[in-house]
Ligand binder design. Structure first.
Ligand SMILES: O=C[C@H](O)[C@H](O)[C@H](O)COP(=O)(O)O
Length: 226
């Protein structure tokens, strides 16, 4: 799948999930390039009269939603009916997220939603998850968490910025360790171990999160419930 075919697949996946959003609902707005297609599609529906409110999961999602004309709200004001979000990898209902560093807020919103619709291109689907797990850490905990990740069999790497000297700083002011565990046959066990580490704000393993997965191709979309 080349780059333009992949982009087309993402667009189809995003638009397919957006088409499921019903009038009068509150929608969690995911982050990343695939979720962005869903947000823009929802914006077009709002232009056409769809009455929804969105809860963005990142600075990026908020910017796109404002540009698309979607009215915004917060978790302090209302519950979430459905969230639409991308993934870096999925094996069915389990996801690895956080390639864009947005997984902490994504997990809060996605977990709060009645239903999570995952949108992805086919390159993200695997039998066993093996994508490096992003872990957002409080800055003071980056060394102790990295040591603990090594003890758990992972290789941590501090995420560095492209156009700034030093590390990527998350939307929440924290650092991100990309942790390569190789194949992860027991994502639930690893997720519990990572969540227990002092200083971990959130990790990118979303175990049993997806209610529905929309996988786009260059020509079509497959929708399944894991
Ligand atoms: O932090 C980023 C999010 O978890 C994204 O949803 C994930 O990285 C997938 O992004 P994309 O659709 O751009 O591949």
């Amino acid at each position: 799948m080349n780059q333009s075919e992949r982009e087309e697949a993402k667009r189809r996946a995003g638009e397919s999930a957006a088409a499921e959003v019903e009038d009068g609902t509150v929608v969690g707005l995911g982050s990343g390039s695939t979720a962005a297609h869903a947000i823009r599609a929802l914006g077009r529906e709002v232009d056409g009269g769809l009455d929804i409110e969105g809860i963005p999961t990142s600075f990026q999602a908020r910017e796109i939603a404002i540009d698309a004309g979607i009215p915004l709200t917060t978790l302090d004001e209302t519950a979430v009916d459905v969230a639409i979000d991308g993934a870096d990898q999925f094996d069915g209902a389990d996801l690895v997220k956080g390639g864009g560093g947005a997984h902490a807020r994504e997990k809060i919103v996605d977990a709060a939603a009645d239903r999570l619709l995952v949108v992805a291109d086919p390159t993200k689907e695997v039998d066993v998850l093996d994508y490096p797990v992003p872990i957002e850490v409080l800055p003071d905990a980056r060394t102790t968490v990295a040591d603990a990740v090594r003890r758990l069999g992972g290789q941590p790497e501090l995420r560095r910025a492209d156009r700034k000297s030093g590390p990527v700083v998350s939307d929440n002011g924290n650092l991100i360790l990309d942790c390569d565990f190789g194949a992860m046959p027991d994502p639930a066990g690893l997720a519990a171990d990572l969540s227990a580490l002092p200083g971990v704000v959130e990790h990118g393993l979303f175990v049993d999160f997806a209610d529905e997965v929309h996988v786009g191709t260059e020509t079509d979309v497959t929708v399944f419930e894991p």
